[in-house]
Write a protein that binds this ligand. Structure first.
Ligand code: HEM
Length: 438
């Protein structure tokens, strides 16, 4: 069997320069080679997969032939023992335990906190005030997460978490060549990353220490992590505990915050969508706070969120590594090859979406969803390792969007088509600035 085709690269750096210069253009060039395309970055062999059926093979059908890998390989030392990056038995054990904090019942109980946090944020804004929407939502989703999963109010200490999230994003940015250098190279980014990660870990250790001894009094993720035992009666190690907290504090707030930011950005640009959304909120909620019973009736709100996650998938690319030689789409992929599954590219492929660049929530009809191949849309990943926070995030988005939209109109002050930075998440390169009108 043959190796996948792909663009030739330079010695040593491979295709890194083209990727850094313009990731989207680089993927456009790669797609000319087919649906399984090979390329090279310094020290690593890559292969990108662009067809939904083959993405399903990697994430679902043959998932145990591929391992997770992420920031570690770029030297990020993020949270190697946290749920996002563990593998095999350790991952299975962790996932089974942590799943208990994400049952339908548990998640429903977080709905009130979500609405309350959003209402508090809105009440703090003054009419006519100018805000950086991305920063406001980042604080809000952090507040929601820490109150519901860790029963903590971090308002005064939020900076240590947001600084960590920003630094992690900088460290993982595709358009910084230092992303591809190992951690021991003393670049300014590496030095800053190490310092901020160490502050952040110290902060988490303190939170864990404070809760120890009183874990039984709380019914949240932190207590669950402290008390859960595996089949042999062992609790999680110190490192596992800390890495779970690092993982959830990052994965659980930055992604949802970006989804809210891009949704409101598109609403300011698409008047008719905003009007239809307002009409649905008026009909279903009549100015009130969304409650669980209302959520099924917010069908258009859900379409708006879906469309936003299609055009701006906060987790815009997924990474795997072949743990054995595999066949994929008729090609031979040797063990150790890094596989990328790029949502940002597949979600705008003309084979599956008409006018893919247009923000059009009404495309999400039942008929359309029936014909759309599985894995042509996968903002939350897929297979056994799909996002454990998916239901939490959808509840949060469906609660916060109407709560904010019913009291606020935004006037966009910054670029309507902001440059997007492909960092650890798909973040705006500049703040999204809005004027609040109450
Ligand atoms: C719009 C919001 C969100 C998006 C787009 C998103 C996206 C994703 C994606 C694509 C994955 C799969 C990564 C992979 O397999 O390589 C994932 C996994 C994960 N997400 Fe989310 N996520 C969101 C919200 C959340 C929230 C709210 C939480 C926590 C409360 C969370 C926690 C996690 C964790 C812990 C994993 C790893 C699961 C595992 O490997 O077993 N995410 N997420």
């Amino acid at each position: 069997m043959k190796a996948p085709p792909g663009p030739g690269g330079l010695p040593v750096v491979g295709n890194a320069l083209s990727l850094v210069r313009d990731p989207r253009e680089f993927y456009d060039e790669m797609s000319a080679y087919g649906d399984v395309v090979s390329y090279r970055l310094p020290r690593m062999k890559f292969c990108t997969v662009l067809h939904p059926e083959l993405i399903e093979r990697v994430l679902m059908v043959d998932y145990d032939r591929y391992a997770k890998w992420g920031l570690e390989d770029f030297g990020g030392e993020f949270a190697p023992e946290g749920l996002l990056l563990t593998d095999g038995d350790q991952w299975r054990r962790q996932r089974t335990t942590i799943q208990n904090a994400f049952t339908v019942e548990q998640i429903r109980s977080y709905g009130d906190t979500m609405a309350r946090c959003a209402a508090e944020m809105v009440s703090r804004w003054d009419d006519g005030e100018e805000i950086a929407l991305n920063r406001a939502f980042s604080k809000l989703t952090l507040d929601v997460l820490t109150r519901s999963l860790f029963d903590l109010r971090l308002s005064e200490e939020a900076d240590v978490v947001t600084e960590f999230a920003e630094t992690l994003n900088d460290r993982g940015s595709i358009d910084g060549i230092s992303t591809f250098l190992p951690m021991w190279v003393p670049t300014p980014e590496n030095r800053r990353y190490k310092r901020v990660l160490s502050d952040f870990r110290a902060f988490i250790d303190r939170l864990i220490d404070e809760r120890r001894g009183q874990a039984d009094e709380y019914d949240d993720l932190l207590s669950l992590l402290l008390t859960a035992e595996d089949d042999n009666g062992n609790t999680m190690s110190e490192t596992e505990l800390r890495d779970q907290m690092v993982t959830f504090l990052f994965a659980g707030h930055e992604t949802t915050s970006l989804a809210l930011t891009y949704t409101f950005l598109e609403l300011t640009k698409n008047r008719s969508v905003r009007e239809r959304l307002d009409a649905e909120h008026e009909a279903v909620l009549g100015g009130g706070t969304p409650e669980l019973g209302d959520l099924n009736d917010l069908a258009y709100t859900e379409q708006v969120i879906r469309e936003s996650l299609r055009l701006y998938p906060p987790a815009f690319i997924m990474f795997r590594k072949a743990t054995e030689d595999v066949e994929l789409g008729g090609y031979w992929i040797p063990k150790g090859t890094r596989i990328t599954l790029p949502q940002f590219y597949v979600h705008t492929d003309e084979r599956w979406y008409d006018a893919p660049e247009r923000f059009d929530p009404s495309r999400w009809t039942e008929e359309f969803e029936d014909t759309l191949p599985d894995y042509a849309y996968f903002p939350f990943g897929g297979g056994p390792r799909h996002c454990i926070g998916m239901r939490f995030a959808m509840l949060e988005l469906k609660t916060i969007l109407p709560t904010v939209a019913q009291s606020i109109e935004f006037e966009l002050l910054s670029d309507p088509d902001p440059e997007l930075d492909m960092a650890t998440t798909l973040r705006p390169a500049e703040d999204i600035r809005m004027r609040v009108s109450k």
